[in-house]
Design a protein around this ligand. Structure first.
Ligand SMILES: C[S@@+](CC[C@H](N)C(=O)[O-])C[C@H]1O[C@@H](n2cnc3c(N)ncnc32)[C@H](O)[C@@H]1O
Length: 225
C-alpha cells in the first residue's frame, strides 16, 4: 500500500502525503500543535485515558505504548508526567514520529519540551520485542494498545491523520498477539483503546472500562509478584 504514499517536507515538517495529492493533504506529527495541546490541557476530555492507565494523585505509572502511531496518546500521557516508551513498527510512521519528537524536544514551549523529554521511541514490532530490549526499558507498569481496527462503517469523525494512517496501513490482524505479549510484560495493567461500540479485543471481558464520547478504554489487570 505504501507506494501510494511518500514523505515530503512541508513547512519544515516531515509529512506523509499521497503521491497524487496536494501538499495541503499532508499529515505530520506536531507536538506543538495548538489543538493537541488544548486536548492535553483539557483534562476532562482525557479523563478516561488518565484513569485507565492509573494516573491518580501523585502516582505516574511508566507506560509502553506498543502501537504509537502519531504519538498523540503517548504525548498526552507524557504531558501528565508519565515516562512513555513509544513502539512503532511501520518505517514511514516511525520517521514521522521521530521528526515530530526532534522538533518537540527543540520547542521553545517549555511544556512541549518537558513532555517530549519523557518520550522514548523504538522502531520495532512490539510482538517481537525480546527480553534483552525489554530489560533495558526498566519496569513497565502499563502496556497501552491502540491498534488499527477495521471500521464497521466510514465515520465522518475519523480525523485527517488517522484517515491517512488507515489508508497507508489498512487494518491490523495481530490484536491477539499484541494482547498476549502485553499481558506478559505489563507489571500492573494492559489498556486497550477501542471505538465506543466495538467488541472487546478477542471478546475478552475487561476488568474495568472507561467510556468516552467516541472511544473507550478496556483495562486488564495483570498482577505479578
Ligand atoms: C491507530 S494507530 C495508533 C494511534 C496512536 N494511539 C495515536 O495516539 O496517534 C496504530 C499504530 O500502531 C502501529 N502498530 C500496529 N501493530 C504494531 C506492532 N505489532 N508493533 C508496533 N507498532 C504496531 C501501526 O503501524 C500504527 O501506526
Amino acid at each position: 500500500m505504501s507506494e501510494d504514499f511518500h514523505l515530503v517536507r512541508v513547512a519544515e515538517k516531515l509529512s506523509l502525503k499521497r503521491v497524487d495529492a496536494a501538499d495541503s493533504s499532508a499529515v505530520a506529527v506536531d507536538f506543538s500543535a495548538p489543538a493537541l495541546n488544548y486536548r492535553v490541557a483539557s483534562a476532562v476530555k482525557q479523563q478516561g485515558l488518565s484513569k485507565a492507565v492509573g494516573i491518580k494523585g501523585s502516582s505516574r505509572p511508566s507506560v509502553l505504548d506498543a502501537t504509537a502511531g502519531f504519538g498523540k496518546d503517548a504525548y498526552f500521557l507524557a504531558s501528565q508526567g508519565c515516562e512513555v516508551t513509544m513502539v512503532e513498527r511501520d518505517p514511514l510512521v516511525f520517521a514521522l514520529l521521530n521528526d515530530g519528537l526532534m522538533r518537540g524536544l527543540a520547542s521553545p514551549q517549555s511544556a512541549v519540551g518537558d513532555a517530549c523529554r519523557r518520550l522514548t521511541l523504538l522502531n520495532r514490532d512490539f510482538v517481537e520485542l525480546k527480553s534483552d530490549t525489554l530489560s533495558g526499558l526498566g519496569s513497565v507498569d502499563v502496556v497501552y494498545l491502540d491498534p488499527m481496527f477495521p471500521e464497521s462503517k466510514k465515520s465522518a469523525r475519523v480525523k485527517k491523520d488517522m484517515f491517512a494512517l488507515q489508508e497507508l496501513l489498512g487494518a491490523a490482524d495481530d490484536g491477539d498477539a499484541l494482547w498476549h505479549h502485553a499481558c506478559a510484560i505489563a507489571c500492573r495493567r494492559v489498556v486497550v483503546k477501542r471505538s465506543k461500540s466495538a467488541p472487546a479485543l478477542g471478546n475478552r471481558v475487561p476488568d474495568i472500562q472507561y467510556k468516552g464520547s467516541s472511544s473507550r478504554f478496556d483495562v486488564y489487570l495483570t498482577p505479578k509478584p
